[in-house]
Ligand binder design. Structure first.
Ligand code: SF4
Length: 330
């Protein structure tokens, strides 16, 4: 049984890109592993953000995780800021984190140019991510491809800390990546990865009508200008979504009718819309039920944070001891 940790940003309601790309994997990993899943609200404040909605977005992401099948009886679900040891370990790791490597991180370089004065938190974001993982001595981390570089830094920091303070003993395990089977879910614009900030998403709790309204104008194979123009399903994001939401026989039919121009893109999208609405219905129903039961959610997050704090305290006591800090009361 491996100890698995993963964090997800509090972007509010989960969208199908989150669900297909990460959360279904979270749910599957609960079988046979000791899983900790964390809504990483402290990662969400490294740039300008909406202060007024942060708490709601955090709660809503926790609800989405529960609705999608994260089971508090089998996994620890909690909010990062409820466990102060994350920030403490991040500071300790920052003391051994090489500045040059942080400056070379692709995500840092992508985002830093947007700021006139770059916040230090943007630079040290991967150190906090390393602390999230190493605090629980996690052995495996489900990540998207865009986080692999950050995970490599966590591995590097574990090696450095072990070499410097643990005499080479692997007290902090080097976490291994678990890449999701559905690696990259494109947005409805067909141009970029599905992302709330790009406005190209479908939320997992959208009504059948709302799903249709979003799918109807979605990008398809540009070669299909007329209904009589044959298409190439492999380059169409609608086809990619059929593969996630439609039965195999339908996927075969979609490809055949696309290639032969036997139907138009609107016909194709109608079938996808119905299948998507049906596939998401259980998550939608559970989400609505959980929104109506705030005490249940509070309890789950409270219990999760208590377990996480206990595990985190054990690691931090060991780390602090090996780094020579005076224990409280000694
Ligand atoms: S028929 Fe379907 S798969 Fe083919 S281009 Fe149109 S939407 Fe895409």
């Amino acid at each position: 049984m491996a100890r698995v940790f993963s964090g997800i940003q509090p972007s509010g309601e989960m969208h199908i890109g989150n669900w297909l790309g990460a959360i279904r994997n979270y749910v599957a990993l609960q079988d046979g592993n000791a899983c900790l899943y964390c809504v990483v609200d402290q990662h969400a404040v490294t740039g300008a953000y909406d202060v007024g909605s942060l708490a709601d977005r955090t709660r809503e992401m926790a609800i989405s995780l529960l609705a999608a099948g994260v089971d508090p009886a089998r996994a620890v679900l909690f909010v990062q800021s409820h466990v102060p040891q994350h920030a403490t370990l991040a500071w300790l790791l920052a003391t051994i984190a090489p500045l040059g490597e942080l400056e070379r991180m692709t995500q840092y370089k992508d985002k830093a140019h947007r700021f006139e004065s770059v916040p230090t938190g943007l630079l040290t974001y991967p150190v906090l991510m390393a602390a999230d993982i190493l605090l629980y001595r996690a052995e495996a981390v489900p990540v998207g491809e865009d986080q692999v570089q950050h995970l490599e830094l966590a591995r590097e920091l574990a090696r450095r800390w072990n070499a410097t303070f643990a005499g080479g003993e692997a007290y902090l395990p080097e976490p291994q990546p678990i890449l999701s089977p559905a690696r990259r879910i494109m947005g409805l614009d067909g141009q970029a990865k599905m992302s709330k900030s790009l406005g190209n998403t479908i939320g997992v709790t959208e009504s059948p009508e709302a799903i249709w309204q979003k799918l109807r104008p979605a990008m398809t194979d540009p070669a299909r200008k007329l209904k009589t123009d044959p298409g190439t399903p492999e380059i169409c994001n609608i086809y990619a979504l059929h593969r996630h939401f439609s039965p195999e026989a339908t996927v075969v039919e979609v490809a055949m009718k696309c290639r032969s121009a036997a139907w138009g893109c609107i016909d194709c999208k109608k079938v996808l819309s119905a299948n998507m609405a049906e596939g998401l219905a259980p998550i939608r129903e559970r989400t609505l039920a959980l929104r109506a039961a705030p005490e249940t959610v509070r309890q789950v997050l409270g219990d999760g944070a208590a377990v996480a704090r206990r595990l985190a305290s054990e690691t931090l006591a060991e780390v602090s001891g090996r780094m020579g800090f005076l224990p409280e009361g000694a």
